[in-house]
Ligand binder design. Structure first.
Ligand code: MLT
Length: 262
């Protein structure tokens, strides 16, 4: 467990070499990166935290903004004495956090890997339903989030191929603290529009999306890649919103090829 201002984070730190900081999506934990860590830790230092309010990390009630999560990551790097610039690999909410990391801690960033994420903010309807979910989840429990989200996360073929993994993802979601879910939902509801920042992001970027992602679609992610000055865009076959977990081989190949050029 690693102490940072206002929280204690659980983080996996495995392998040696240039550091890659993996930032999970909502409402998941570090285990969603296991296929990347198993492969990439042979050549890279993989730092894989549970964000504040998720997994084994401590919970902050109320609201946790994307800015706060980004600052937590910088504090985690401090605590681990990682001073060299890192590759930040974020999925979905992890990508929302990445935009803030770029804004607030650019000197700590070597490159970005953006998986299944969005640059647009929530519409007013989407923000309202997130705020409702934040209010409901504390009395009703994470089951309501599982019901709303799980069917949208995973491509249909994966559901057939890997029923036990779906069950594992469900269990991770069910084990997530309701206050942690509520706080991150409120933070996501008020996240900024990242689109104006994209043309100013000078670091090399890899933009990955599952071909059947219905939350952050290939079309939307190709627009992100086009707006970034130095981006490579890859569509991952046979996968949905959780492409790194659903189809890890092409994801890992794309990451390795990208890292070889950065
Ligand atoms: C995620 O996977 O992190 C979520 O889909 C993010 C969101 O709810 O916008």
């Amino acid at each position: 467990m690693i102490h940072i201002p206002g929280a204690t984070l659980s983080a996996q730190d495995v392998g040696q070499g240039s550091p890659i900081l993996f930032v999970h999506g909502f409402p998941l934990d570090h285990t969603m990166w296991r296929e990347q860590v198993a492969d990439l830790s042979r050549d890279y230092r993989c730092v894989v935290p549970d964000l504040r309010g998720f997994g084994q990390s401590t919970v902050t009630e109320g609201k946790v903004t994307m800015e706060q999560f980004a600052d937590d990551l910088a504090a985690l790097l401090d605590a681990l004495q990682i001073t060299e610039p890192v590759v930040l690999c974020g999925l979905s909410m992890g990508g929302y956090i990445a935009w803030q990391f770029v804004r607030r801690h650019a000197s700590r960033l070597k490159a970005l890997i953006l998986c299944d994420t969005r640059a647009v903010p929530d519409s007013s309807e989407a923000a309202a339903s997130r705020l409702k979910l934040a209010d409901d989840v504390v009395p009703l429990g994470p089951e309501i989030v599982v019901k709303a989200m799980l069917p949208k996360l995973i491509a249909p073929g994966f559901k057939v191929r890997e029923p036990s993994w779906i069950e594992e993802i469900r269990q991770v979601m069910l084990a997530t603290n309701s206050h942690g879910i509520a706080a991150a939902s409120r933070g996501m509801a008020e996240r900024a529009d990242a689109r104006p920042w994209l043309p100013t992001i000078e670091c090399p970027s890899l933009v990955l999306v599952g071909e059947q992602d219905v939350i952050s679609t290939p079309t939307e992610m190709s627009e992100i890649a086009s707006a970034l000055p130095h981006a490579t865009f890859r569509v991952i076959p046979d996968s949905g919103h959780l492409a790194p977990l659903e189809n890890p081989l092409p994801v890992n190949e794309a990451i390795r090829a990208f890292l070889a050029t950065t």
